[in-house]
Structure formats: C-alpha cells, structure tokens
Design a protein around this ligand. Structure first.
Ligand code: 7TS
Length: 416
C-alpha cells in the first residue's frame, strides 16, 4: 500500500507554477537570479508552510495538552493533527509511532540513549556503513563509550555503494542493531535498504534508517520497508527548522524508557514514584515545537499535492541533465557514481579548492555547499579533504544546472 496517494499521477510538473510557491527563490544574489542548489543542507519553504506557521502564531497559539481553554485546544488539535499527517505520509500504523524531535540528529540520539544504552554491553556491536552522516556515527560512538559496545563499519566501493558481501559478513551474532542512511547526503547513493533490512530481519536484528535525504525525494513507506526506526528532519522536506520525526515500531518504543524527563512526558509525579505518559508523549518532555509541527504538517500536505512520484521523476530528469553538463566541464570529477542515485552531485575541480569554487559561483548567484558535508569518512575514502556539492529539489531547473556548469568553466579559466 502506498503512503502517498499521489494526486497528480501522469503529467509533467509545472515547474514555473511550483516555483511561484517559493518566495525566497525570486531574488537576486550578487546581481544574478538566485540558483539555490543546496537543498540537501536545507530546502526552502513554500508559501503554504510559511502561511501555516504564521496563521498558527497569529490565531491559535497556546501551550498544548494542558489547557481547557479554546486556544490551548486549538493548538493541541493543530499539533496532533500534524502528527496524523506525518503518520499517513510515511504510512506508519499508529500516531503512537510518531515522535516529534528537533530533527534527524536528535531522533538518532534518542534511539542510541533510550534503546541502546540500557541494552548494550561489552562485546555487542552496532553495524553502520562508511557512507553515514556524522549524525549516524557519533551517537553510536557515545553509546559505545558508555556501554563497552563496538562500532562496526561496512565498507563501500569506488562508486559509493555499500559492499553487500561485506555487510553480510559483518552482520554477526554480536550485532545488536543495524543503522544506515537511506540516501547518502554526500554522494546521493540510494542504499539497497530493502535487501539490508531483509538480511538483518533473518537474524532478528533491528534496523534504524536515517531518512533525512530520502523523505523529501521519494515515497517512504515504513511498513513496506519493515524497518524498526526511521529518522528525518522537517527542514529538508520544505518544512520548518527545529522539528523532525522519529518513527519507531510501537512494540519497541513501548519497551524503551524515556530519555528526557520533565513536563508532558508524565501521567503522575510523586517524589517516590513517577508514572510516565503513554506513547508517543513519553518521549516528548517539555513544551514542544508546536509551530514547527504545524508547519511540517503543511509541508506534508504540500508534498502530497505535488505527488512524491512526480517529484522523484522530475529530480531524476534534472540529475541526468545536470550530470551531462557538469561532465563536460574540463577537469571536473564527480565523486559518487552509484546507479540510480538521488539528485546530489559531489565533485572536485582539478587544482582548485572546493571552498574557492563555492565562493566564485556564489558571485554568480549560485548556492552550492562545499566542505566535508558532515561525512568525513566518505571524504577520507575518496582521498579528498572536501568536495563541492550541488543538490537539487523539484523546483530547480535545467537552466540553473547550465549556469552552474558555465560558472565552473569560468572558475577553471580563472585558475589556469
Ligand atoms: N543524516 C543525513 C543523511 C543528513 O543529510 C543530515 C543533514 C543529517 C542526518 C542531520 O540532519 P539534522 O537536520 O538533524 O541536522 N545533512 C546536511 C547536509 O548534507 N548538509 O548540511 C546538513
């Protein structure tokens, strides 16, 4: 069953009309029209999301879950309504499985501390991959330090794909959890998560997917994936910053202790005994990011109206075009060439530091990211300190990719 009954199934997207929804895209930067190609770091928001947040603050704001007064009820309805939208969007079974967090990073830390810390001990292993964002490395290193468990890393090949033979070999009797990215932020590789999950399930090992780079670009169905945890961020899927989601299988979440204590996560507090709240609120201590959740609900509505399969198709076309024009730039080498990858192009230009590339193309109004992309092991593997990275969203155009290619040719000429 699909999580996203796409409303637009067949026609090509009207990119001009969609771009009109994003006010920030219509400006000049350094005297040139902005070409925003840094969507993997953070995407932009459509007016529908901005308006939902603004409406919430302008009309409905109060604290949630605690007032009988009208505004508190409205705020609670909006907050919990957004949870239901997200639940439907990723096809989770129950709202109890949707935990609001600050983002992917906090979601993974929650699992490391609440699921991992009480369970892990000397000699246990957490199996990750070489392709992970630091958010899916460091929380595990911390819990390993706390418990004596060990981090085991699946290697990758020169195209940026994980070595499945090695994964199978490393998935051993000591593996307690597999944690891997659905889509790599540094290279765009779409990992064979169905295959990986099937192998882990065969051995009874739970799986966490870091979906930060997948949810904005493809249909994600957690029941179809059959993963145990799925983490993602609002700001990469056209929603607000400071809000994200941890999906967890209800039976597993029910067995986990809270990781932060405070208001809202309790039913009753006494000095001798405290009774924790039910799911999902057990994991949501303190006043949450209510406006963020409301905005994320609006982002989900927006994505549904565009259609995730339309978005995936559009981005594949853009990637093909952008790859072709960038490959024509003399001295350019693309890092990460896995077949079927997402619309992320990491590259280096012979003899030019990526930071210089980023600065020069910014003069042309083009926003790309340069650096290690919070994936230093990936950089180390390819023997580069950093790359330049263009990452696309459905609202980007072929013309923007052409402008990037032209700016890179100019950059080369400046350094010749
Ligand atoms: N996991 C992946 C795969 C990511 O790409 C990112 C952010 C995170 C986790 C962390 O997400 P956060 O919202 O909690 O910060 N990636 C990037 C990036 O590629 N450039 O800047 C942030």
């Amino acid at each position: 069953m699909s999580a996203n009954p796409d409303t637009v199934l067949t026609t090509d997207l009207d990119i001009d009309a969609l771009r009109a929804d994003f006010p920030i895209l219509h400006q000049e930067v350094n005297g040139r029209p902005l070409a925003y190609l840094d969507n993997a770091a953070s995407a932009q928001r459509p007016r529908q999301v901005i308006d939902a947040v603004s409406h919430y603050y302008g009309s409905d704001h109060a604290n949630v879950h605690r007032g009988v007064h009208t505004l508190s009820q409205r705020a609670t309805d909006a907050f919990e309504g957004a949870r239901t939208k997200v639940r439907r969007f990723i096809n989770a079974r129950s709202d109890k499985e949707i935990i609001w967090t600050r983002g992917t990073t906090e979601a993974i830390n929650l699992v490391a501390q609440s699921w991992g810390r009480p369970r892990l001990g000397e000699g246990d292993e957490i199996l990750i991959t070489w392709l992970e964002h630091h958010a899916n490395i460091v929380p595990w290193q911390i819990v390993c330090e706390q418990t004596g468990a060990r981090l085991v890393v699946t290697p990758m090949d020169d195209t940026g794909q994980i070595r499945l033979d090695e994964f199978e070999r490393l998935l051993g009797p000591k593996t307690r959890l597999v944690a891997l990215g659905h889509v790599s932020n540094a290279l765009g590789t779409v990992n064979p998560v169905h295959h990986v999950i099937a192998m882990a399930k065969e051995r009874g090992v739970p799986v966490l997917l870091d979906g930060a780079q997948a949810v904005p670009h493809m249909t994600v169905d957690v029941q179809d994936l059959d993963c145990d945890f799925y983490a993602f961020s609002g700001h990469k899927m056209f929603g607000p910053t400071g809000i994200g989601v941890l999906y967890g299988r209800e039976s597993i979440l029910a067995d986990m202790p809270p990781w932060q204590g405070g208001g809202d996560m309790i039913l009753a507090v006494g000095f001798d005994e405290t009774v924790y709240n039910e799911l999902p609120w057990k994991f949501e201590a303190g006043t949450p990011n209510i406006a963020g959740a409301v905005g994320l609900g609006a982002a989900v509505d927006y994505l549904d109206s565009v259609g995730m399969s339309n978005i995936a198709r559009r981005e594949a076309t853009l990637l093909e075009h952008a790859t072709r024009v960038l490959e024509e730039v003399p001295g350019l080498r693309i890092i990460g060439t896995a077949p079927g990858k997402a619309a992320v192009i990491s590259f280096i230009l012979e003899g030019i530091h990526p930071h210089d590339i980023g600065t020069i193309v910014d003069h042309e109004g083009i926003a790309i990211r340069t650096g290690h992309h919070c994936a230093m092991p990936v950089m180390e593997y390819f023997g580069v300190p950093a790359t330049a990275r263009a990452s696309f969203a459905f609202y980007n155009t072929e013309e923007e990719a052409d402008r990037l290619a032209e700016a890179l040719v100019k950059t080369r000429e400046m350094f010749a």
